[in-house]
Design a protein around this ligand. Structure first.
Ligand code: DGL
Length: 257
């Protein structure tokens, strides 16, 4: 009789660390809570150093290594880089620094957007850092498939969202400014390539009009993280964190978080 393949042990109770430059990664955290309700989640908002989108890559790599080290010291068994800008700048360095740890990153959903666009004109809203990264260039060359991509850098938008008020005149003006070129280019699908932007999705939807499909990747990332956790070894019950728990840290104002 041939031996049965060994099924990886599913670890719904794993402790997972997430981080972002600030509040944006909470959009990913929310999806993680849906897909992994039993996991214990640790979240770091690097609000004291936000936004990342207008910083240089070595700075983001340093912050990402430092925060990841902290999350691992708090018991994280897997990491989710809940930030497109940090993923583009630092995920390679994080994987090299922590080769045993499953690390899931976030990147703009160019592939699903191209698949769903009817007129093959797709807008991508993201930070300047994400759009000029080598990782994003590779993403486009693998997945644009001949579609026309209209890249819209949104400097200042994450910073404004970070203030926590989600419908101010300043925010509306910024959203309008960044959506106008996308409307003019007649894109029918827009990718939210920054984890802060889902928090102003209603404003973006209003500025783009009812015929434009808006996509973000929080859900896909959470599902991917759940499947990666299947490979995380189960801890003995003495070391398991309470299921469904959540701990939050901020390098800025913790009360704000
Ligand atoms: N939330 C981050 C992202 O997904 C970046 C925002 C920022 O700090 O500029 O790219």
């Amino acid at each position: 009789m041939s031996p049965k393949p060994v099924e990886p042990e599913i670890t719904p109770h794993a402790t997972v660390g997430l981080f972002d430059s600030g509040l944006g990664g909470l959009s990913v955290l929310r999806a993680m809570q849906t897909h992994l309700p039993q996991a214990h989640l640790l979240y770091v908002a690097d609000s004291g150093f936000a936004p990342y989108g207008e910083r240089d890559e070595p700075f983001i790599v340093d912050r990402s290594l430092h925060i990841s080290q902290f999350l691992l010291s708090q018991g994280a068994q897997a990491l989710v880089v809940a930030c497109n800008t940090a993923t583009a700048a630092a995920v390679k360095e994080l994987r090299a620094a922590f080769p045993q740890v499953p690390i899931v990153g976030v990147e703009p959903g160019v592939k699903p957007a191209v698949a769903q666009s009817r007129n093959q004109r797709v807008g991508v809203m993201a930070t300047p850092g994400t759009l000029k990264s080598e990782k994003f260039r590779q993403l486009v060359s693998s997945h644009a498939q001949g579609a026309e991509l209209v890249l819209q850098a949104c400097p200042g938008l994450a910073r404004e969202i970070e203030r926590g008020e989600l419908d101010t005149p300043a925010l509306r003006a910024l959203v309008h400014e960044f959506c106008e070129p996308l409307r003019a280019a007649q894109v029918d699908t827009v990718v939210l390539g920054c984890t802060h932007y889902p928090f102003v999705r209603p404003l973006i939807a209003q500025a783009l009009g009812p015929d434009v499909l808006i996509l973000d990747t929080a859900d896909a990332v959470a599902r991917h993280a759940a499947s990666r956790l299947a490979r995380v070894p189960r801890l003995s019950s003495a070391h398991q964190a309470p299921p469904g728990g959540l701990q939050l840290w901020s390098s800025g104002d913790a009360a704000h978080l």
